[in-house]
Design a protein around this ligand. Sequence first.
Ligand code: DON
Length: 615
Amino acid sequence: MIRSQKTILSFLFALAAAAVVNAPSGNPQAASKYHAEVNKDWPKQAVRGAHGMVATDEALGSQAGVEIMKRGGNAVDAAAAVAFALAVVEPAAGNIGGGGFMLIRLAGGKITFLDYRETAPGKASRDMYVGKDGKLEEDTSVIGYKSVAVPGTVAGLELALKTYGTMKLADVMAPAIRLAEEGFPVSKKLARELEEESPGLEAFPVSRRIFLNIGKMWKPGDTLKQPELAATLKRIAKNGSADFYQGETAKLLVEEMARNGGLITLDDLAHYKVKVREVLRAKYDVDGHAWEVLTSPPPSSGGVAVIEALNMLQGVPLKGWDDPQSIHMVAETMRRIFADRAAYLADPDFSDVPVAGLTASCYARERAATIDPAKATPSASVRAGDPNACGSKSSNSAAPQTIVTLGEGPHTTHFSVVDAAGNAVASTYTLNDNYGSHVTCAAGFLLNDEMDDFTTQPGQPNALYGLMQSDANAIAPGHRPLSSMTPTILLRDGKLSFVTGSPGGPTIISATLLSMINWMRLGMEAQAAVNAPRFHHQWFPNRIRMEAEFPESMEKALRARGHDVERGWYDTPSLGHETKLRKHMGLVNAIGIDPQTGDRLGAADPRDDGAAVGY
Ligand code: DON
């Protein structure tokens, strides 16, 4: 899709407004004049299953995971099956041409984090997207071959399976191969999305042939077959990731890169390495229960951010999202964690990220003390703190600003899996933009445009999210670009309690944080925790962004506290007409555990037809 349309269209969800209350169970604020009403067609209760549960954006993806568990696979086997299946049925984000993170907690308590984030190719350089005129060539980092970073997904899934799975690659890939070979019915969602993305996909012949039906376009109910992808998946099933990184697929990919100005070489692919990282952990006491947060370390910025936020919010009374004061306090917290994100987060293999300092409770106390409970602090007077000097005042020294456009769409995808034994997987993986670089390679899969997550021109915002980030995130060969993806697991009194995460660019952090607060602090039922309206603050712009469901009275109450607010509907003159579009943020596919019965509570995000399937 052409970028000028992207920010608008990526928010296009055909969801009808409705005036029915879907109050979280036990929400004392249900009758409040600030109450947010959610779509009456959204499920009010999570899907219940005594054994296994999978929550993803696509019913076919969730079913692939359940199929594997019913055949005796564990949650990691199922997660690999889901990831390969989504690469077929959710081409916008499901992928083998991108990268991601997987957080695993086995029933016995063992935890690990697999980082299969893409890396910059060896020929990449700091100023590769800066033109001769010194200006950022914005489209080059988001569309076409030069935007592609070395993919990590296949290596990541293979390592997850080898280390913690029980089944063979060929077995867990069977549903994906079947879906690619025999085809699957095009949904209304997919047909609409392909229509929206057609300007970008049209520019690349293989994309046009497969995803635009040679220009004839796919209609709901048509069968989409992907024979080249099926052949690639079969080679991987037979020869493992060696096919992707050194074999036939590598050869096809590299030849195409060379012909089209891409940078990826055989050497880049052969040297790609998954990183096994230490899980970030934090503990909280809430209402007499001991909670533990297991979350994503750098190069995710999200885990550090959600822990810093939860630390800052300890002791802050939160009544729910019908309460302007609760939103004020959380938004002020978000403002500060995003200031820290911009200053300090980057690839930890090449940069000294002060994780311990940023997640220390004494640092959180200092940061929280700068919040005025009655008034918004203008972002211009909020600076990153000094996490290395806990005990001293927050630094006033200038930090890099983050300016993020509010147009990031829902793509990237998060899925959650819990099996009958209690093993759990939270995984978010991505091509970055919807349909990534929009290039489908000859091997039949879409390639990412993850290069745009780097600081593409130090001192300038990047193209896709308008993010200004620090120099530590500059492009360099082998580096991983900073991510917001935040797969997270919560334990309650030592037991598995909630598996969560979201897509949404920088709003990933807010959507994931809110889902955690909804479950852990507000005691919402799992589906209510996903349905609950979302809001986001990211320091710059100096504005709370709120979903359309929040009432005007809430906007007024926040404005009275000095906040600028962007809420819900907006005009889209760039579409050539005054269409009003509804804006949502994030797609949280979560699983809760009923503490009484142990049932798995699958809560997929209804904002874009997510599906939880359990048994
Ligand atoms: O890793 C990241 O933070 C981004 N590449 C995620 C992109 C995303 O969530 C797209 N959806 N808005």
